[in-house]
Design a protein around this ligand. Structure first.
Ligand code: SAH
Length: 489
C-alpha cells in the first residue's frame, strides 16, 4: 500500500494543496507533526488512527527512528497512510529520509509537496523573497544545524558575498551569532531584516530591524519563526497586509451555540481575529409532532435554526408550505431558508419583532400567523400581531436552548466576548461562575442583550447598530478600534 508524504503548508489550514486534503480526508492512519495544525488534523475521517509524532525544538514525542518504523509498520498493514508534515516535506522536513526508509522496506510512497514556510511566511508579512531591482535570488538556510555534525556546514561569508535574499529557518536564538558572521563576511550592518513568528496564523507577529540590531529587537520572539535578510525585508512597510486587518492580534470569543457559530467565526477570522469558540449554550430540537401549515396564512421564522427544524416537522416535504406566505426575521434566517430550498416572501431587515411588523406593512388584520421559534422566546412579536388585528397567532416552539459546559476555548482569555442573545449572556455567567465578570469586555448584538450583560456587571465595549451578525461584526471592529486608541493613544 502507499504512504503519502504530504506537505501541510505553513500553518493557515487553507494553504494545504487540493491533492493533500483529498488524501487526508480518506486516511486510515495519520502520522502528524506539531506544525501540521489542529484544523487539518480534524479533517481526518472518523475512525482514522491518529499518531502524534511530536517534533518540538526541545523534545520529541517520537524519535525519527520511531517515526520511520511506524511508517513502515502502518505501510505494511495497508490502507491509506498519511504522513503530514509542516510546510513542504522536502524542505528541512526529513521527508526525503522517510522516503529512503520506505524505499528500502519496499513500500510505495507518494510525495505531495506543500507550500513551504520559507516563501509563504514572508509573503504573509508583506515580504517578497524576490523583487525586480532588489533581489535576483533567494537562499533558504537552516539556522539550526544537525547537532551531531561538528563545526558549521554553512559558509556564512559566502552567503554574505552572494547577496540576494537570505531566508533562515530554525534560527530563533542564534540570530546574534548569524548576524555577526554575515557582517564579518562583508554584509552591510544596515541590511534590512524581518523576523516573522507564527506566520500565516492569526497570531502572526513581525519584528523588523537591521543586521546589527535584530538580535536585540527580536530577543523576545518565540519560535517558529522565519527570518528574512535583504533589501526585500524593507518592502514590508509598503506591502504588509495580514497584520493591517482590523482585528489582527485580537482574541475574540464566540459564545453562541456551536451549530450557529460558523458564520460569525468565519467573518471574524477574515478580519484577522483569533477566534476562541467557547459555546455556552446548545440547541436541542423539540419533538412536538407534525405541524399543519395549511391552517395559516403566514409562517414567521424567527431564527436561522428554525427553517431546517420546521422542515423536519413537515416530514421533510416543503410542498406543504405551498400557498402559505413565508416571513423571515433577519437576513440570517432568510439565508437558512434558502439552504433548505425555500425562499422567504418577506424578510425583516432588522432582526427584531418590530422589523417584521414593518415588513408586513399593515397586512396583518384578519390573517392567521404561525410563529416557528425557540421555546421561551419573547412574546413581543405575538402580542404585536394580535394588537394589529391578526385573526390568530399560534406559537410553535421548535427548539430549546440549554446551557453547555464550557469545553471549547476559554472565553475568559479573550480580549472581546461576543453575545448574540440575552440567553447567551446568562449562560455565560453560569458557565464561568467564579469569573470576575467586570473584567469581561462584551460586544452585544442589541439592546436586550446589552441590558442582560449590564445587569451582570459585564462592561460593554460596543453594541451593534444593526441587530444581526453583520451588525455584530461591525461592532467588534468598532470595539477593536476603541481598544487600540485606548492602548496606543
Ligand atoms: N518543512 C517546513 C520546515 C520545517 S523546519 C517548511 O517547508 O516550512 C521548521 C521551521 O520552519 C521552523 O523552525 C520555522 O523556522 C519554520 N516555520 C514553519 N512554520 C512556520 C510558521 N508558521 N511561522 C514561522 N516559521 C515557520
Amino acid at each position: 500500500m502507499t504512504v503519502y508524504l504530504i506537505g501541510a503548508g505553513p500553518g493557515d489550514p487553507g494553504l494545504i494543496t487540493v491533492r493533500g486534503l483529498e488524501l487526508l480526508r480518506r486516511a486510515d492512519v495519520l502520522v502528524y507533526d506539531r506544525l501540521a495544525g489542529p484544523q487539518l488534523v480534524a479533517e481526518a475521517p472518523a475512525g482514522c488512527l491518529l499518531v502524534y509524532a511530536g517534533k518540538r525544538p526541545d523534545h520529541h514525542a517520537m524519535t525519527q527512528d520511531e517515526i520511520n518504523a511506524a511508517l513502515v509498520r502502518h505501510g505494511r498493514d495497508g490502507g491509506t497512510v498519511v504522513r503530514l508534515k509542516g510546510g513542504d516535506p522536502f524542505v528541512f522536513g526529513r521527508g526525503s529520509e522517510e522516503a529512503q526508509v520506505l524505499r528500502t522496506a519496499g513500500i510505495d510512497y507518494e510525495v505531495v509537496p506543500g507550500i513551504t514556510s520559507a516563501i509563504a511566511v514572508p509573503a504573509y508579512a508583506g515580504v517578497p523573497v524576490t523583487h525586480r531591482g532588489a533581489s535576483t535570488h533567494f537562499t533558504v538556510v537552516t539556522g539550526h544545524e544537525d547537532p551531531t555534525k561538528g563545526g558549521s556546514d554553512v559558509d556564512w561569508p559566502a552567503l554574505a558575498r552572494a547577496g540576494g535574499t537570505l531566508v533562515l529557518l530554525m534560527a530563533v536564538g542564534r540570530l546574534g551569532a548569524i548576524a555577526e558572521a554575515l557582517i564579518a563576511g562583508g554584509a552591510a550592518p544596515d541590511t534590512p531584516v524581518a523576523v516573522v513568528a507564527s506566520g500565516t496564523l492569526p497570531e502572526q507577529r513581525t519584528v523588523t530591524g537591521t543586521l546589527d540590531t535584530i538580535a536585540a529587537t527580536a530577543a523576545a520572539v518565540r519560535p517558529p519563526a522565519v527570518t528574512v535578510i535583504g533589501s526585500v525585508a524593507a518592502l514590508r512597510a509598503e506591502i504588509a497586509w495580514l497584520e493591517r486587518r482590523p482585528l489582527h492580534g485580537l482574541r475574540v470569543a464566540v459564545t453562541r451555540a456551536r451549530v450557529q457559530a460558523d458564520g460569525l467565526s468565519t467573518r471574524l477570522r477574515e478580519l484577522g481575529a483569533t477566534v476562541l469558540e467557547s459555546p455556552v449554550i446548545r440547541t436541542e430540537p423539540i419533538d412536538g409532532g407534525p405541524v399543519d401549515p395549511g391552517a395559516y396564512d403566514v409562517v414567521c421564522l424567527t431564527s436561522p435554526n428554525a427553517p431546517r427544524l420546521l422542515l423536519d416537522r413537515l416530514g421533510g416535504d416543503a410542498r406543504r408550505l405551498a400557498g402559505v406566505e413565508i416571513a423571515a426575521i433577519g437576513p440570517g434566517t432568510a439565508a437558512a431558508l434558502r439552504e433548505v430550498g425555500l425562499v422567504a416572501d418577506l424578510v425583516a431587515e432588522r432582526a427584531v419583532a418590530e422589523g417584521l411588523l414593518e415588513a408586513l406593512d399593515g397586512r396583518i388584520a384578519g390573517r392567521r400567523f404561525l410563529l416557528a421559534q425557540a421555546e421561551g422566546a419573547r412574546d413581543a412579536l405575538a402580542d404585536a400581531l394580535r394588537a394589529a388585528g391578526a385573526a390568530g397567532v399560534d406559537v410553535e416552539p421548535l427548539y430549546r436552548t440549554l446551557p453547555e459546559r464550557p469545553a471549547g476555548a476559554d472565553a475568559l482569555a479573550a480580549d472581546l466576548v461576543t453575545f448574540t442573545s440575552a440567553s447567551t449572556v446568562h449562560a455565560f455567567a453560569a458557565a464561568y461562575p467564579d469569573a470576575p465578570l467586570d473584567a469581561v469586555r462584551g460586544v452585544s448584538i442589541g439592546p436586550v442583550t446589552s441590558a442582560a450583560a449590564r445587569e451582570l456587571g459585564i462592561a460593554l465595549a460596543a453594541e451593534a447598530e444593526r441587530h444581526d451578525l453583520d451588525g455584530l461584526v461591525e461592532a467588534v471592529v468598532l470595539a477593536a478600534a476603541r481598544r487600540a486608541t485606548a492602548l496606543h493613544g
